[in-house]
Design a protein around this ligand. Structure first.
Ligand code: FES
Length: 183
């Protein structure tokens, strides 16, 4: 608890904790649901809750620091390539005792360049993209730090159950898709 408070008030306060993200998402959904029920504001359209698959993608004990593991999520379709990595430093949305285990889609958000083999341990970044050199910071929710892209890498939301790591959702739109669950 203290660690999370420190992260929210310290120099990394721009990080959104996973709990904070989920709470704000729930609040937004609740607000939208109320608005949809106000007569005249909408034609009583029921809000659709997106449900991502839960998928085991690895184990905490099997992850070595700075050794990414490839997986596909939320399906095996186009542009689902993703990386699970233990950074060795706390990260936004990170899980585990050090909050350092994160996962991201590894297709560049600019024009779909492959990023799967471009992890840089020294800077905890993915990139530079072989197409136009975009680089993304994995400690700060995949935010762009240089290059031609203008969107962060989609972050895979993780949960830890015992030693098992599960992918349970995504934050951000996968390149080439109009809906992350289109397939
Ligand atoms: S496709 Fe990656 S920077 Fe353009």
């Amino acid at each position: 608890m203290r660690q999370e408070n420190d992260r929210q008030t310290g120099p990394d306060r721009c990080l959104v904790s996973r709990r904070g993200f989920l709470l704000s998402s729930a609040a937004a959904l609740a607000t939208m649901t109320v608005l949809l029920r106000v007569p005249g504001l909408a034609q009583a359209q029921p809000a659709r809750l997106v449900r991502y698959p839960r998928k085991k993608i690895g184990t905490l004990s099997g992850l070595a620091v700075d050794q990414p593991v490839a997986f596909a999520y939320p399906d095996d379709g186009a542009h689902a390539q993703s990386l699970l990595v233990r950074l060795g430093v706390p990260a936004g949305g990170g899980i585990g005792p050090q909050q350092d285990v994160v996962a991201f889609n590894s297709v560049c958000t600019h024009q779909g360049g492959p990023l799967g083999a471009s992890y840089k341990p020294a800077t905890k970044t993915l990139g530079a993209c072989v197409f136009h050199l975009s680089t993304f910071d994995l400690t700060r929710h995949g935010i762009l730090v240089s290059g031609q892209a203008y969107q962060s890498l989609p972050q895979v939301l993780l949960e830890l159950h015992g030693d098992d790591i599960h992918a349970v959702g995504m934050m951000g739109l996968i390149f080439g898709r109009h809906d992350n669950l289109q397939s």
